[in-house]
Structure formats: C-alpha cells, structure tokens
Design a protein around this ligand. Structure first.
Ligand code: ATP
Ligand code: MG
Length: 424
C-alpha cells in the first residue's frame, strides 16, 4: 500500500462535526460588524515579502523567524500572509480607498506563521479582523472596543477580561524608551537572553516577556504614563470614560505593548483564563503611522484581530453546542424507473422549498440498506419512491424518529407536507 500523506504540522482540518460552531461564530461576527456598518474586504493570501518587512518590521518575531517565504518562478519573493492588516492597508492604498475618506472595513481568512505548534498556537490559523481608517478622535477607538464587547455578548462568551494601555505618540515613546533602557541597563544581570537582545532592537517588547523570573523586574519598570503629553492623556481618558459609561470593565495593563513604531496611543487585548498560556483571543489598537510607513499619506487607523481557533476553543470550553444541520428528509428510490424519477422529484422539491434539506439515495441498494442509510442521515422522514408509488404519483412517508404509522402523500401535496415537517 502506498504511504499515506498527512497534513502539514501545525495545520488542521476542521471536520464537519466542528464546522457548525465555526459557522455560528462567523455568522454572528458578520451580523455584528454589519450592525456597525463595516464592510468586508478580501485580499490575496500571498503578498510581496517586502510588504511585511516594511509594515510589521524586521526586528519582530514574525519577520525574523515566523514567515513562510519563498521565491516564485519569476524570482519574486512572496510570503504567505502572517496577519491581515498589512494587506488591508496595501489594498486600500492601491485602490484609492484612503484618499480623504473614512473607511470601516473587516476581513477574515487564514494566516500563516512558522511557530512551535501547541494548544491555541498553529502554523495555519484563522483570523477575523476589523480596521477603521481616517478617524483620529478617541470615539472610534471606543467604537472598535464596543464592537468586540458586543460580539462576546452575542456569542454567549462571558468572563473575558479587557486589558488596555496607551503607547503615546512616537515622540513620547522615544523619551520613555530612553528611560526604560536606562532602567534595564541598571538591572542587566536580571535580564534573560531574549531581553538582552531586545535592549537595542526593541526594548518595549521586554515588558511583554512571559518569563516568570523577570516578572518582578518588569513590574517595577518605569511607566510610559509619566511621559505622556496632554493630548495623549486626554485621548486615553476619553476611552476609559467611555468604557465606564458603557459599563464595560477593563484592567489597565502598563505591560501591554506592541513593539512596533507605527502603533500609537490605544492598545487593548481580550484575555481568557480558559485556555492556559494562549489566553489572548483578540488584540488591537491604534496604528496611525502605518499608512505613511507604507508610502501613503498619513492616515489615522485603528483595528483589531481575533484568533478564531482560540474563540472556538472558548465556545467549546463553555459547552456551547451547535448541532450539524441534518437533512429533513431522505429519499429512498427502488425499482426500475424510480432512480431517474427520484432525481427529478428531488430537484423539483428543492426548487419549490428553498429551505428544504433533502438527501437523495445514490448508488442503489435494497430497501433495507437504503433505510439504514436514511436512519444514519439523521433525517426526520424517509420518502419512499418505488414502482407502485411512481404509478400512483405518490410517495410513501416513513417516520424515522417517531412511532407513527407510514402514510402516503400525493406528489402535488408533497411540497406542502415537507414545508410543514421542516418548519420552513
Ligand atoms: P501571541 O502573543 O499569542 O503570539 P501575537 O501578538 O503574535 O499573539 P497578533 O499578531 O496580535 O498575535 O494576532 C492576533 C490574534 O491572533 C492573537 O491574539 C491570537 O488570538 C491569534 N493568533 C496569533 N498567532 C496565532 C497562532 N499561531 N495560532 C492561533 N492563533 C493565533
Ligand atoms: Mg505571536
């Protein structure tokens, strides 16, 4: 026997038993985003490698070691997108969507990062993200956070914790960065190897370290709040006051950082304690510098991305069940001419009743084996079409889940009957 080929490590199939939960989540997201008038944008999965180097930055985990990059037949360097924001900005710039315009957009799709696979961390994973362009006031930051809060309510996910912080402006961060480097230099012997490397490249990222040995050092580090100017302070207060007014609880987390220069002011994450180490289900913030960094005109921007696998895992941990849609009816066809006639009958019933889920027996088989398949399909009823029924222009109806006597329904009454039992 030939050797079986397996899926790529860290990349998973989502099997038919699991898709109902995914579809529930995707349907809910679409409905909630639409209720705030956000529009969907779809971009390619492959982008020029340069796009991610310039947007995410060379000294980040993603660009340094996580990207799937290859040279194509023309010698172009292409990368499987590790996140959605860069492509979104690229697409908007290319199509002139950012020119003196306000845009409210969202996207969804697979992302690729060569990380060490573990629970909640995969090499292909699904993100749903949302971006708002052209608005610099805190009201839009607040709207974006309120969208996420509504989403958890609609999904039936309680208990997520909202953590927020502000990173100020690039100038304010520069002042802070110098203070922070000074502080860490004083305690150099307590830094781990990763952090020492980051001292020069990306010192703010040290605050984000998950190393428990450094927790104390990080907790005592200077705070960026002290370097904020009047405007940044006001921007942040407007958001916290808005959250208070909306009754949304939050935790100020001064260690919540994004090491990238294009971030500004607001950053937030939603965190769960149901999933162990991979607890962040949604991360976002303001990134006013990115469009300009990619060669466009300075454009304020704010957005977030959610990890769908992690959200699905939360729904599972909460025992949310979304049963697969089983067929309403299974059409059993037996006899010389019944198979062909059955196909036509099934087609006409689907035309008459668009919501009907009807499974047709294909591949023949005895009555007995067809009834077995009908039962396994989960359908409420088996419709029986044999030579006799064909002659009499009717079908037999056998109840598969109820103890009821078999009946016969004429073809012209069949659509009405199925409408009733399917509730469509
Ligand atoms: P982490 O600190 O967990 O590596 P990140 O900062 O790299 O997260 P973002 O780039 O902000 O993550 O992506 C937004 C969200 O996408 C994360 O909060 C998480 O829910 C999800 N996510 C990121 N990487 C993965 C992955 N490898 N597998 C599954 N989900 C992921
Ligand atoms: Mg990561």
């Amino acid at each position: 026997m030939a050797k079986k080929i397996q899926a790529v490590r860290g990349m998973h199939d989502i099997l038919p038993d699991e898709t109902p939960l995914w579809q529930f989540l995707e349907d809910t997201v679409r409905r909630v985003f639409q209720s705030y008038a956000y529009r969907e944008l779809r971009t390619p999965i492959l982008e020029m490698t340069e796009l991610f180097k310039r947007s995410i930055g060379e000294v980040t985990d993603i660009v340094e070691k996580e990207m799937y990059t290859f040279e194509d037949r023309n010698g172009d360097y292409l990368t499987l997108r590790p996140e959605g924001t860069a492509g979104c900005v690229r697409a908007c710039m290319e199509s002139g969507l950012l020119h003196n315009q306000i845009q409210r957009l969202w996207y969804q799709g697979p992302m690729f990062r060569h990380e060490r696979p573990q629970k909640g961390r995969y090499r292909q994973f699904q993100q749903i993200g949302l971006e708002a362009y052209g608005m610099s006031e805190p009201d839009i930051d607040l709207e974006v956070i309120l969208i996420t809060a509504r989403l958890w309510r609609e999904l039936g996910i309680p208990g997520l914790e909202l953590q927020i912080n502000t990173l100020g402006t690039p100038d304010e961060r520069k002042t802070y960065r110098a203070r922070l480097v000074g502080y860490f230099q004083e305690h150099r012997e307590q830094l781990d190897e990763d952090s020492r490397r980051r001292m020069n490249s990306n010192p703010l990222r040290i605050l984000d370290s998950k190393n428990p040995d450094m927790a104390e050092l990080i907790a005592a580090a200077p705070s960026l709040m002290d370097d904020l100017g009047e405007e940044s302070r006001a921007h942040f207060s407007a958001i916290t006051e808005g959250l208070d007014a909306a009754g949304i609880k939050y935790v100020l987390n001064p260690c919540l950082v994004r090491g990238l220069d294009y971030y500004s002011r607001t950053v937030f994450e939603w965190v769960t304690d149901l999933l162990g180490a991979q607890g962040t289900v949604c991360a976002g913030g303001r990134y006013d510098g990115l469009v300009e960094q990619l060669g466009g005109r300075a454009t304020p921007a704010v957005g977030f991305a959610m990890g769908v696998e992690r959200l699905v895992a939360v729904l599972e941990a909460l025992d949310q069940v979304h049963p697969a849609a089983v067929p309403h009816a299974y059409l059993v066809v037996a006899g010389g001419n019944a198979a062909q006639a059955g196909l036509m009958l099934a087609e006409s019933l689907r035309t008459a009743l668009p919501g009907l889920r009807l499974q047709l027996n294909c591949g023949g088989g005895s009555f007995k084996s067809q009834f077995k398949r009908a039962d396994r399909s989960g359908a409420k009823v088996a419709l029986i079409l044999g030579d006799d029924e064909l002659k009499n222009q009717c079908v037999g109806v056998k109840w598969l889940r109820q103890n009821r006597e078999q009946i016969s329904v004429n073809h012209d009454e069949l659509a009405g009957f199925l409408k009733e039992i399917s509730g469509e």
